[in-house]
Design a binder for this molecule. Structure first.
Ligand SMILES: [Fe+2]
Ligand SMILES: [Fe+2]
Length: 172
């Protein structure tokens, strides 16, 4: 798999992560899209991650993308990060390493998710973890696939919904 590497996206996420005023997304904003267990997973994300996911949803809607599974994937694509919550400095470390030494970042992502390595392992595996979590919530195969492949830049270009998700993710 070829991991996406978009600096704008990473900087945006980092800015969100260090903003102390960020508020979690309200349940009433989620209930039109997610079922109860999906909302439970969503609420376990950090406020900055919730806000990022909601911005991806808004971006897709503004562009007229209204496929229900695409909108669900917008909200849930990064949910695998709940397994190992990261601190802002850990995210920054990954952003910098991915930019200056992408193959090193990939190698570090193959280690066990402890200590210094944790952030790299989360970056490398959160898509897979999120897909596994959401597959147990009554999700369609399409939703699970969108989550599983959202970081994969080598995913088939004809997959229109996936490329919509990746573009909105990069811009949020
Ligand atoms: Fe992601
Ligand atoms: Fe994302």
């Amino acid at each position: 798999m070829k991991t996406r590497n978009n600096l704008t996206y990473r900087i945006q996420q980092f800015k969100l992560a260090i903003d102390p005023h960020i508020q979690p997304v309200q349940i009433k904003e989620l209930s039109p899209y997610l079922n109860g267990s999906q909302i439970t997973f969503f609420k376990k994300m950090q406020p900055s991650e919730q806000r990022h996911a909601y911005e991806v949803l808004e971006k897709l809607k503004a562009e007229g993308c209204d496929h229900p599974d695409l909108l669900r994937a917008a909200l849930l694509h990064d949910v695998g990060k709940i397994l190992y919550p990261l601190k802002p400095w850990e995210r920054a470390m990954v952003v910098i390493t991915v930019q200056i030494a992408p193959s090193l970042a990939r190698q570090l992502g193959q280690r066990k998710p402890i200590g210094f390595f944790k952030a790299f392992v989360v970056a490398a595996n959160h898509a897979e973890w999120g897909a596994d979590l959401i597959s147990k919530t009554g999700a369609t195969e399409l939703l699970v696939d969108l989550i599983r492949n959202h970081e994969d830049s080598s995913a088939p270009v004809h997959d229109h919904l996936l490329s919509c998700l990746q573009k909105a993710d990069d811009a949020s």
